[in-house]
Ligand binder design. Structure first.
Ligand code: GS8
Length: 219
């Protein structure tokens, strides 16, 4: 029984995108509820009272929070189709390490590019590209991070690709030249329906990034 599945989502959130892709990989239907993060709904505050962030997956009325934990939950509950994590314990541990690296290093550096404080702008760009190059080293010549099949680490990283266009235009970052293997991998991921159909429009992400920066400057 699939039960009722609701996703609390907001705009072009890379974290909510992870959950959307994971649900699509499992062929799950769900209801998506858009949150205004400047005016969080009573439902969000009830379902995620500790962290108060999206995404939240509500399965049969019960919340699961934190994007990577949600993706693991989805993989465990709907385990009859498209495994996202490897079955071997050592390989699972490796996949979790790299997804954690995406959160702790890639995302943290990308935030410095997204909402830069003047003094850390250049440093932020450098750091972001370094983290992507580290991911490139881990990818090596494999088609996906886990090998032949799209999986957990791909899901953790691919949402950040939706912001590359904005950073290219606004910050002159030449991702193609700096990390060609990541670009080739991202294009491979984009050939998958489960990824492409959930990807936000690059122009909308660009507008979102430009607007957030404007607000930060005037704040
Ligand atoms: C990731 C989610 C996140 O940052 C978590 O706690 O779930 N590790 C995190 N969500 C953002 C939107 S996506 O940029 C969010 O909900 N922000 C609201 C806020 O900070 O108040």
């Amino acid at each position: 029984m699939a039960g009722e599945v609701v996703l609390l989502n907001s705009g072009p959130s890379p974290f909510a995108l992870r959950v959307k892709i994971a649900l699509a990989e499992k062929g799950m239907k769900y209801e998506s509820k858009e949150e205004d993060l400047s005016n969080k709904s009573p439902l969000l505050l009830e379902m995620n009272p500790i962290i108060k962030k999206i995404p939240v997956l509500i399965h049969n009325g019960k919340p699961v929070c934190e994007p990577l934990i949600i993706v693991q939950y989805i993989d465990e509950v709907w385990n009859d189709k498209s495994p996202l994590l490897p079955s071997d314990p050592y390989q699972r541990a490796q996949a979790r390490f790299w997804a954690d690296f995406v959160d702790k290093k890639v995302y943290v550096a990308s935030r410095k590019v997204w909402r830069p404080k003047v003094e850390e702008q250049e440093e932020g760009k450098k750091e972001y590209l370094e983290t992507l190059k580290t991911m490139e080293g881990e990818l090596g010549d494999k088609p996906y991070f886990g090998g032949e099949n799209f999986g957990y680490v791909d899901i953790s990283l691919i949402p950040f690709y939706s912001w590359f266009h904005a950073y290219k235009v606004l910050d002159n970052i030449n991702f193609e030249a700096e990390c060609p293997k990541i670009i080739a991998w991202a294009k491979r991921c984009m050939q998958k329906q489960t990824v492409a159909k959930n990807f936000p429009d690059q122009k909308k992400v660009y507008e979102f990034v430009a607007q957030t920066r404007k607000k930060d400057i005037s704040a």
